[in-house]
Design a protein. Structure first.
Length: 696
């Protein structure tokens, strides 16, 4: 799909637009005007979802003049039925005292890309012509465009929605889906697939799930998505379903799938949240921004591999290891995007999948690997240059090796490919030839329904089940509620599984080894002796932070969301310069951050003005945040430093005051405990520190 070049200011742009003398609109203070007038201070941003000609209701414009603007908008200016304007454009347009002056300003603003047409179809949805569900979705799409500074919208080819399991989406997901029910027009506009569920509905008893009404809740969630027209594939690997992936722009919300698709296929997708992907699925539209733009698909970290990488688990360890090296001072606006050299070629599908899925643990949306992907664009310098040597691989294996009795072995995170299923069967066959059988179904293999059908047809499933393996479909290890009366130490071949199983989602001690070692432990419960490991709590290595105490007066200018009317909020700030991972590391009932090593570990976000760079981790994050907001355990207002599709959707849909795009980094300028006031006025947010907390 060809992408339109970004608009730039014409060389003969009117000096009227840059003259400070023109900056005297009523109701705009000098500081607010300066913040708007300086495009470099804040990213370009769609500021209003109201019809553009409504801006003509300004100084000196009579009703007759406004009517002229309306007529000209529709008949002669080539404006779409609805358009949006940035704060800069809105302020200039409000200075117009007659229609001629209005259109001079309008044309200049449009030439600079400060005015954006909303497609007629999307506008109709905003007006409610396609029902309430699509109206909500369209508002979210426009809000995302605002935060991203998008200059246009794009049609999408395919969407993949996350947030399916009862334990990941929680009550926030169930309540949100119930709010969408009953709208006959509320069906997806483009082909859309669905992420993994929390169980295999046919093997609930074998899984031993001890969660009241789990299957009932799970059925309600899947049914609600199906009523929206979403194909219930129940797979976290939409790239592995036996069909060629569509080219063009996608909207995918499963983090491992995003990284795989961008790295190895022709479908380009931003790292969407479950909600933003759903909004695009329902409307068919997305803001054109981020990785959709070729200029943003550029590596920012260089990694040289200087060791043998013979097993898929080696590749999984590498992907996770890269993420662990990130420094807070590195500028990674789209997440870490490494260029990796030194990997062996050719590499199996399973190796490539293991690399991207583990890299996604730390927000990686795309990577390049010499000989395995397209060549990366050339860059002059990298934020960091790393070397992954034999000792690094060995050290990680030593750290991850099981040190006590293993209760359960899980393979298939992300869901096992056909090759991974067959590799497991090959390892199992050797033990079966010795007359062995896996006791108590201590090995679970997770796969998609598509791959299960293939493995069933070639006899792999029969062999595995004969050996005592529990073969599961439609679910995956990280979204399953384990029965803690049976399982308290898991062994897996996947760093993605380890990352989420050890998080607050399951808080399960988890070890890692290659498939052959995993299978050996499944057959021999006494292979590893000693007490089971326990999760470490306090004393974990602190996450890197650059925060220092700030004093004195501080006043910042930022931007709000198009869907939100003017508001003002005052309260105590809760601040960190480390991203917050909602799924697994924020208690979904209390709102307490539970991430050892995080600067805010043990602190509740309830009733705070929450200031942080962005969300991280799972794309299900908005549902966790929504659940907290529904129950009164969420923040009073949210400020993000970066564009955050993991946080913004919850604030947009539930009306929580939200701000972004400040002229200075709010995560560094504000202290936790400062008394602050933030106000939204005509798209511009002002943040004032009323009193400083004392330095601890």
């Amino acid at each position: 799909m060809k992408m339109k070049p970004a608009r730039t200011a014409p060389p003969n742009a009117s000096p009227w637009l840059s003259s400070p003398a023109m900056w005297k609109p009523s109701g705009i203070t000098t500081r607010r005007a300066e913040a708007i007038r300086t495009p470099a201070a804040m990213p370009v941003n769609l500021c209003s979802s109201a019809p553009l000609f409504a801006i003509a209701r300004c100084n000196g414009m009579t009703p007759a003049m406004r009517d002229t603007v309306n007529v000209r908008t529709a008949r002669s200016q080539g404006v779409g039925k609805m358009a949006t304007a940035t704060p800069l454009a809105r302020a200039y347009l409000k200075l117009a005292t007659n229609p001629e002056m209005f259109w001079v300003a309008f044309k200049e603003c449009r030439a600079r890309g400060l005015i954006v047409d909303i497609p007629t179809e999307l506008h109709a949805m905003l007006d409610g012509e396609h029902g309430e569900t699509k109206q909500k979705a369209a508002r979210l799409v426009v809000d995302l465009a605002a935060a991203a500074g998008a200059q246009e919208f794009t049609r999408c080819e395919h969407a993949h929605v996350s947030g399916v399991s009862v334990i990941t989406g929680g009550h926030g997901l169930r309540r949100f889906l119930s709010d969408l029910s009953g709208d006959p027009q509320g069906v997806v506009a483009i082909p859309t697939t669905l992420n993994s569920a929390g169980c295999d509905r046919e093997k609930m008893e074998e899984m031993g799930i001890d969660y009241p009404d789990f299957l009932k809740y799970q059925f309600e969630i899947v049914q609600a998505y199906s009523e929206l027209g979403i194909e219930a594939t129940l797979s976290c690997t939409p790239y592995d379903r036996g069909i060629e992936i569509t080219e063009g722009i996608g909207s995918w919300a499963e983090s491992n799938a995003v990284c795989f698709s961008n790295s190895y296929t022709s479908l380009i997708t931003n790292r969407e949240s479950g909600l933003s992907a759903l909004a695009t699925a329902l409307t068919g539209w997305a803001p054109l921004w981020g990785l959709h733009m070729a200029q943003n698909r550029v590596p920012n970290i260089r990694v040289r591999v200087e060791c043998a990488m013979d097993d898929a688990t080696d590749w999984s360890i590498l992907g996770d290891w890269i993420g662990k090296q990130i420094r807070p001072e590195w500028s990674l606006p789209w997440g870490m995007m490494p260029y990796i050299t030194g990997l062996p070629t050719p590499a199996s599908f399973e190796m490539r999948k293991a690399l991207t899925s583990a890299a996604a643990n730390y927000g990686c949306p795309m990577l390049w690997a010499g000989g395995l992907t397209a060549d990366p664009p050339k860059v002059e310098s990298y934020e960091g240059e790393l070397v992954f040597a034999e000792e690094d691989l060995a050290a990680r294996y030593a750290d991850l090796a099981p040190t006590g009795v293993v209760d359960l072995v899980v393979i298939g995170c992300p869901q096992a490919s056909v090759g991974e299923g067959r590799a497991t069967a090959a390892a199992v066959r050797g033990w079966m030839e010795l007359g062995k059988r896996i006791p108590e179904r201590r090995l679970w293999l997770f796969t998609s329904a598509t791959n299960h059908e293939i493995l069933e047809a070639d006899g792999t499933v029969d062999l595995l089940e004969e050996a005592g393996v529990l073969v599961l479909k439609d679910t995956c290890p990280e979204v399953t509620p384990y029965n803690r009366d049976r399982y308290n130490h898991i062994l897996t071949n996947s760093l993605k599984a380890e990352h989420y199983l050890t998080s607050g989602l399951n808080r399960m001690p988890t070890s890692v080894a290659p498939i052959e070692e995993c299978v050996a432990n499944a057959f021999d419960p006494k292979r590893i002796s000693g007490p089971r490991p326990v999760m470490e709590g306090k004393g974990a290595k602190p996450l890197a932070s650059n925060k220092t105490h700030r004093g004195g007066e501080t006043s910042l200018a930022g931007q709000g969301l198009p869907s939100q009317s003017n508001w003002s909020v005052r309260g105590k700030a809760l601040v960190t310069d480390v991203p917050i991972t909602y799924l697994g590391y924020v208690n979904s009932d209390s709102g307490v951050i539970e991430e050892p090593g995080h600067p805010l570990d043990g602190v509740a976000i309830e009733d705070t003005i929450l200031v942080y760079p962005k969300g991280s981790g799972s794309t299900v994050a908005p549902f966790v945040l929504m659940g907290l907001i529904y129950t009164g355990k969420g923040p009073r207002a949210i400020i993000n430093r970066d564009v955050c599709p993991l946080t913004l959707p919850a604030a947009s849909l539930l009306g929580v005051p939200y701000a972004h795009g400040f002229d200075a980094d709010p995560t560094l300028e504000i202290n936790s405990g400062d008394e602050v006031e933030i106000s939204l006025d005509d798209g511009i947010v002002t943040l004032d520190v009323l009193s400083r907390t004392s330095e601890a």
